[in-house]
Ligand binder design. Sequence first.
Ligand SMILES: Cc1ncc(COP(=O)(O)O)c(C=O)c1O
Length: 395
Amino acid sequence: MSNSTADPQCCGTMPVPMLDVNRQNEPLRAEIDAAIADVCRSGAFVHGPACRELESAMADYCGSKHAVGCASGSDALLLSLMALDVGPGDEVIIPSFTFFATAGAVWRLGAKPVFADILPETFNIDPTDVARKISPATKAIIPVHLFGQAVDMQGLTAVAGELPIVEDAAQAIGAEYQGQRSGSLGKLGCFSFYPTKNLGGFGDGGMITTDDQQLADRLRILRDHGQHPRYHHHVVGVNSRLDTLQAAVLNVKIRHLDASAAGRKHNAMRYFEEFNRIGLHDALGIPGEAEHCQSAWNQYTIRVPDGRRDELQSHLAAQKIGSAVYYPVPLHLQECFSELGYEPGSLPHTEKAAEEVLSLPIYAELSSAEQDCVVQAIAEVFGIAYLADAADCAA
Ligand SMILES: Cc1ncc(COP(=O)(O)O)c(C=O)c1O
């Protein structure tokens, strides 16, 4: 580590975007263009060969026997619950500190989301609180591997017993728990290919992984209006297809996923070292990897206590540095769920996290100079002089 200060001429003038998907996609343009051209030439825009290729690549990547493509991560959750026959009268236990889709899928099927609190260290669902909330009506549990870090699956499976676990792995492709990848840790695993995800397409897309042949067969029928064979409907499904064009793009990108994951991890470790070095480790809650976990680092989410989060975010914005709050309003306090009767204070760790979290740029293509500017801007708010590697404005 050198002792030159992060270049003030550079920091503050050089924008540091929260995410720049073009930096990831541009180096792959020739490969992606060729893959898209192949689909255009074939004319097989729906359920084409690229879809089956991606399903097979995803099953291999996640260590699952089967993978079923669908139109989005939200649909992956919906279809998984449909395959488990979740419906009116059923309860599904989920975290409240997550993206809306986790709860939306439960609600859309007429079932009741039952919100469990999180563990403050990992932001992930607390198995002890899940145990408290299991009732005779509980039909499934959806743990969310938030920000790329796997849930305490050992703790969760111990309390779940026979209840099926549907992993919401939308943010956690490649994340590992006890050496096993997300998507292979529960009964079903749900993935999103939304462009900001670690494996992001050029639009919407999703995938469900499972080791259960019967569930996989059911999912293939449900995603196609419930027809099997064609024009014969024994169940009512939905139209949730993964476009062949998206699959073609993702087949290219999945080959580069490990390299991109290594870049994210490198940046996470570098933040850790820098925040530690300047003594901000205690003032900020710095994320780490929990026991048995290898995070996919979809987000690098710090905690800013003492009501200073918004001030810090404004300071970053003034320095043209992107950041984001995932998520400012916990789901149990959303207006659309008011009839469930949750009061403020009912999930204290979730509510505290919503007040404190701030996600910083973490993508693999983030340069060291950009990262130094992020750290410098944060150090300024806490009145700390930051000595960084020589910042290279052109990086
Ligand atoms: C935790 C979580 N679940 C589900 C989804 C839904 O995925 P999609 O946007 O592909 O529908 C997302 C995407 O943002 C997510 O972050």
